[in-house]
Design a protein around this ligand. Sequence first.
Ligand code: ACO
Length: 326
Amino acid sequence: MRAAGILGTGAYLPEKILTNQDLEEMVDTSDDWIVSRTGIRERRISAEGEAASDLAYKAAQQALETAGLDAEQIDLIIVATITPDTTFPSTANLIQERLGAKKAAAFDLAAACSGFLYGVATASQFIQNGLYRYALVIGVECLSRIVDWTDRNTCVLFGDGAGAAVLGPVEDGSGFLSFDLGSDGAGGELLKLPAGGSRMPASEETIANKQHFLQMAGSDVFKFAVRVMGSSAEAAIEKAGLTKEDISLLVPHQANMRIIDAAVKRLGLPIEKVVVNLDRYGNMSAASIPVALDEAAKNGKIKQGDHLVLVGFGGGLTWGASVLKW
Ligand code: ACO
């Protein structure tokens, strides 16, 4: 079976910056509370009329350019998102048309913040078994559209952005060495967007009750995240036949610095080996890991032959980790 790896990455962050100071004007919060409890200082907010596919398209173009491929060569597009432009057509369909990726199959994948990991795990199977050669996996969110801007418990945490990766066959032992994916539907209630689906279609009542906004039991999600980030990363390292000492870089989901710190402590990694950008972007759900990966690749943090661990958790509940040899 051939190996699948990353041939190029890209990212796009909307221009508009919303700082903690801006939020102080909007809800009863403070820069000090947000920084000390989360590590977040500012986040990006997409412009009026700018939707997930607009962000994703720009990240995808960059990833194709870095990989040195044309859109026509792409066989598969997976968009991981919980904030698609529309329920259908999928955001992947919109990207396929806009890029001119004429031969690509395309679909969206919903695994919240774990979506990018679920996406690369899925795409790499097609490449490994020879059905497809090149796949484009995008993590994109416009979370600002589903956040209740009057709820201080959630609105300070999230941001908008897109990250993309082109996957293809690789040699010399590089590529994805392992995946560890998991789900615990019993925790679905902890993190959800209640209305707008077939269970609770949109109505005057759902709007009045603010049921089209993200709802979260923060401290329960926090405990789950601390547990699963460490255990999933460890499982992926073991499945790859490696030890913690072999890991050059950790690219974690960017939800909360205290969650990242706990995972780093458990893995025994020095903080220099961890990619952190939540201070600038907040939690961008499915976009957090690919944006962090793109930044690390472009600022020289990753060298050829490095072993990276990507790890995330999110709504569902879901989690995932992977060891990737660059
Ligand atoms: N500013 C000021 N005070 C606040 C704010 C705020 N922005 N938000 C909450 N508080 C208050 C609360 O009201 C509470 O006050 P009370 O004690 O008087 O009731 C107090 O701060 C403490 O609240 P906690 O929830 O206990 O604070 P905690 O230390 O747990 O931090 C946080 C909250 C940051 C949300 C944390 O629990 C967390 O990061 N959880 C994980 C969130 C996460 O990762 N979600 C992933 C979602 S991604 C996806 O799949 C979409």
